[in-house]
Design a protein around this ligand. Structure first.
Ligand SMILES: Cc1cc2nc3c(=O)[nH]c(=O)nc-3n(C[C@H](O)[C@H](O)[C@H](O)COP(=O)(O)O)c2cc1C
Length: 140
């Protein structure tokens, strides 16, 4: 499974790593790919498209890498399973709600609610939530 993410200060990256641990604990392999290196066609071939991005701008995706990647995926995700995650800080997760709606408008089938964690996942609950999310994806 491929986990594609954008993270500036490493918070979403920690989430991705914990999700990878969860996927591997469930007996599947997972690869972490930064958004800058991601190829839309390759990702679209995955059984589940897993994308992570922190909240930027004013409740927006990163404009440099994740935004173009999501655009490139817009005509490739119809009917496909998509899982979203990311870290935020002072907002209330609006960026994730908008991202979910956007993927649905492209015809994607969202797998659960987008997993959002405030700053870095450090308490047990946040760490566990990321691992459980990974396990859930591995068992789809
Ligand atoms: C320029 C900038 C814009 C941000 N905009 C938002 C925002 O709109 N809403 C929010 O909740 N957090 C916002 N944040 C906080 C980040 O989403 C938060 O620090 C997050 O944990 C960063 O994760 P990352 O290290 O994976 O990039 C912003 C941070 C920066 C530096």
């Amino acid at each position: 499974m491929k986990i594609v993410y954008y993270s500036t200060s490493g918070n979403t990256e920690v989430m991705a790593q914990l999700m990878k641990d969860g996927i591997e604990a469930a007996g599947k392999q997972a690869e972490l790919i930064v958004a800058a290196d991601a190829n839309a066609d390759e990702i679209a071939n995955e059984e589940v498209i897993i994308l992570g991005c922190s909240a930027y701008g004013a409740e927006q995706l990163d404009e440099e890498y994740m935004e173009p990647l999501v655009n490139a995926l817009s005509d490739k995700v119809n009917g496909k399973k998509v899982a979203l995650f990311g870290s935020y800080s002072w907002g209330e997760g609006e960026w994730m709600k908008e991202w979910e709606e956007r993927m649905k408008s492209y015809g994607a089938q969202l797998v659960g609610d987008g997993l959002i964690i405030q700053e870095t996942p450090e308490d047990d609950e946040a760490v566990e939530a990321c691992k459980v999310f990974g396990k859930m994806l591995a068992n789809l």
